[in-house]
Design a protein around this ligand. Structure first.
Ligand code: ZN
Length: 60
């Protein structure tokens, strides 16, 4: 049986880490949730962590 776990599809890195849900939308930002595979971000993206850190700083 396939997993029903979905992940927030927000393309703008609203969350510091993927938000998983069993519903059709993200419980935090309301964006559409999509199947958790493929991953919403690339683990090999060298800039991902930096961008997220930058955004975190802007929020303070
Ligand atoms: Zn979200």
């Amino acid at each position: 049986m396939k997993s029903d776990i979905l992940v927030c599809s927000d393309p703008d890195d609203t969350h510091e880490r993927p938000v998983y849900t069993l519903g059709g939308e993200c419980p935090e930002c309301g964006a559409r949730a999509v199947n958790s595979a493929p991953a919403p971000f690339s683990p090999t993206d060298p800039h991902g962590e930096y961008r997220r850190a930058l955004k975190r700083r802007h929020r303070q």
